[in-house]
Design a protein around this ligand. Sequence first.
Ligand code: TYD
Ligand code: MG
Length: 452
Amino acid sequence: MAKAKIIYSCTECGGQVPKWQGQCPHCSAWNTLVESVAEPVSGKNRFSALATTSMVQTLAEVDAVEVPRTPTGIAEFDRVLGGGLVSGGVVLIGGDPGIGKSTLLLQALAHLSTHKKVLYVSGEESAQQIALRAKRLTVDANAMHLLAEIQLEKIQAAIAKEKPDAVVIDSIQTVYSELLTSAPGSVAQVRECAAQLTRLAKSSAITMILVGHVTKDGTLAGPRVLEHIVDTVLYFEGDTHSSFRLVRAFKNRFGAVNELGVFAMTEKGLREVSNPSALFLSQHDVQVPGSCVMVTQEGTRPLLVEIQALLDQSHSPTPRRLALGLEQNRLAMLLAVLHRHAGIACFDQDVFINAVGGVKITEPGADLAVLLAIVSSLRNKPLPEKMVVFGEIGLAGEVRPVQRGQERLKESAKLGFTRAIIPKANKPKQPIPGMEIIAVDRIEDAVAKMRE
Ligand code: TYD
Ligand code: MG
């Protein structure tokens, strides 16, 4: 094989240069050039590529057949995948170390191995360690093929020889290509290996599942481009101290995003939690100040989550604002809205907010619950019992509607909640039995009504 040519390409603009330099000559960004392998294009190839033009079709000529899905046998995993695995589809699954990525994939592959040919490529654990884990999980993995290898070319050769239907690469950061001189786990290696494996998956109709590590700030290590080249990106969330684990679809070319799969980590691996709506409520005998229950809508299902706030006299000229499971910048904005439109100032207070159970809430529908929890903590007065809250807050102090308000209210009523503070535009036309609806359209209105 002819030696592949190494070039340097910019992670910002995609521009290419033959030699490394500190600044990209195309877009002037600094430190963005990474090593990559140039596609060999000989003069002859270029000519033949021009001669055989690709066929252009109209949309009507294309057979729009639904892609068949192979269920993994784990319903919560299938839910986030949009029904199951797709042949030729590439899934990237990210999460903190020890959160359960390898466990989930081993369980899923074991199920699949009963009727499909599967290959588990591990660069992190030896075959013995995987066998031990399979034994511990009491899964039937006898038909599962294993490969402990980290060199891309050898992995590709093994896949070509074995012709599996599904392959797990655990993890993409450990895989390296001979053709690049940079170290395994570097941006160049991760990108090149993922691109090669994706190409292989597409050309041989193999389902490829890549495990990715996340960095301290919670994004997948390696370039963002990884998220672009794969079809589905899943993230594991959850507090490693609690036993619950959430798998969230962040991008899915074959299904809905923001779908959530809920699992509990047990001594026999991950167990599905099929009815998780009340999982993220902490148990209080009496109502405590600073606690407010919200209903968030995750994909197709509503989830009740307790938001906690703690305000404490600050001893620093710049008081602390800390948000766990919620957006930090949004907190600063909400505090400003609270001051300007409801006249409640928190500038001498340290403000801490937390979504119970390690769940991450990204939707703005949490705004109203966050503010009411803050006011409740500031005044040291608990909110009424059995109350749920949702609604987005705008900079003008208005309470904006959220999607699927009706479903959120129904789920809360089912779990025994009896009153709800919600945006006026979400007020249901028909009353919901057993549920008192308090519809508000301004933040000051909501604060006034929280104690009624
Ligand atoms: P693992 O799947 O190895 O995490 P990752 O691949 O994301 O790094 O998960 C390992 C953790 O899960 C480890 O801390 C032990 C725990 N665990 C259980 O509690 N029960 C089990 O049955 C297994 C296999 C692991
Ligand atoms: Mg692992």
